[in-house]
Design a binder for this molecule. Structure first.
Ligand code: MN
Length: 272
C-alpha cells in the first residue's frame, strides 16, 4: 500500500512543529471529520474527511455556508494523518502553515453517493455526504471544478444541499467562531503560553463546548428577557407542580427550548 502521508511528512519538520506525525488508531464506527480554523498567512478552514485511514483535506478560504446558493472554493491539499483531527495549537512561524489552529468543528460523517466507495468518488471528483457535527449538519457536497488555465488542478467547491438544515440567513462562521474543544477563538489559542494542548481526546472534551443550537437558544432567551424583563424563579410552584418527578436542575435541552417559561436561569456557558 502506498504511503498516503508521504507528502504530509515531507513538508514538515516534526522536531519543530507540534503537529502529529501520524499513527493513532481510530475509535468511532462512522468515519470522523474535522474542520480546523487556521490563521496562516491567509485565514482558512481546513475541511477534513476520514477516508482509507487518513484525512482527505481541502482548504476552504471562506469556510462552509448553509446557504444552498453559495458555493465555497475548496482547494484540495495533501492527506493528513488521522490523529491530526485532535490538533489544536500553534504551528511555529517558519514551519509549513505557520499560525494558530483551532478545532472549529468535529464529528462523524456518512457517505451518500455516488456508488458505495467514497475514495472512488473523490478520485472521480464528486461526492455527497451527511455530517453529524456540532456546527455542521445535514447534506453537503464536494465537487471538483476545472480551474482557470494555469491553476493547480486542485479546485473544488463545497456546497450545502437543500434540506431541513439549509439556511440562507445564518452565517455559521460568524455565529459560531470558536473551538468546539477549548471554546477559544483562533486568536486566543495564540496568546496562551501553552502552545500544545492537544492529545486530549477532542470529542470527549468537546461535549461541554457550546453548539450552534445552544447559541441560538441563548440568543432567543436573551431577546425574550429583554422584551419581557421577567424571570421565573428556579423553584417556582408552577414548575414543581407540573413536573414533580423531574430533578429541577436537569431539564433536557429540548424541554427547555420548548417551554421558555420554565427555563430556570441555570448557569450556562456564556454564548461568546
Ligand atoms: Mn491549513
Amino acid at each position: 500500500m502506498p504511503d498516503l502521508l508521504k507528502k504530509y511528512k515531507s513538508m514538515r519538520d516534526f522536531g519543530d512543529t507540534p503537529e502529529p506525525s501520524g499513527g493513532k488508531p481510530k475509535k468511532t464506527k462512522l468515519p470522523i471529520f474535522v474542520i480546523q480554523k487556521h490563521a496562516a498567512s491567509h485565514l482558512h478552514y481546513d475541511f477534513r474527511l476520514e477516508m482509507e485511514g487518513v484525512l482527505k483535506s481541502w482548504a476552504v478560504p471562506k469556510g462552509p455556508s448553509y446557504d444552498p446558493t453559495v458555493k465555497r472554493l475548496a482547494m484540495m491539499t495533501e492527506d493528513h494523518p488521522y490523529d491530526y483531527a485532535s490538533f489544536e495549537g500553534v504551528i511555529p512561524a517558519g514551519n509549513y502553515g505557520g499560525g494558530n489552529v483551532i478545532i472549529w468543528d468535529n464529528g462523524t460523517w456518512e457517505f451518500i453517493e455516488p456508488g458505495n466507495d467514497p475514495v472512488k468518488a473523490v478520485r472521480a471528483g464528486k461526492l455527497t455526504f451527511r455530517m453529524f457535527g456540532k456546527k455542521m449538519f445535514g447534506e453537503w457536497a464536494l465537487v471538483k471544478i476545472h480551474g482557470r488555465p494555469g491553476s493547480k488542478g486542485n479546485e473544488w467547491l463545497l456546497l450545502k444541499h437543500r434540506d431541513e438544515f439549509a439556511n440562507p440567513d445564518v452565517d455559521v462562521t460568524v455565529l459560531a467562531p470558536r473551538s468546539v474543544v477549548s471554546n477559544k477563538s483562533v486568536e486566543e489559542i495564540g496568546s496562551s503560553k501553552r502552545i500544545w494542548l492537544s492529545n486530549r481526546g477532542a470529542s470527549q472534551s468537546g461535549k461541554n463546548a457550546p453548539t450552534v443550537a445552544t447559541k441560538l437558544e441563548a440568543e432567543k432567551k436573551a431577546a425574550k428577557k429583554k422584551a419581557t424583563k421577567k424571570r421565573a424563579p428556579a423553584s417556582s410552584p408552577r414548575r414543581s407542580a407540573r413536573a414533580p418527578k423531574k430533578a429541577a436542575s436537569s431539564p433536557s435541552r429540548s424541554s427547555r427550548a420548548g417551554s421558555p417559561r420554565a427555563a430556570a436561569p441555570t448557569p450556562r456557558r456564556r454564548p461568546r
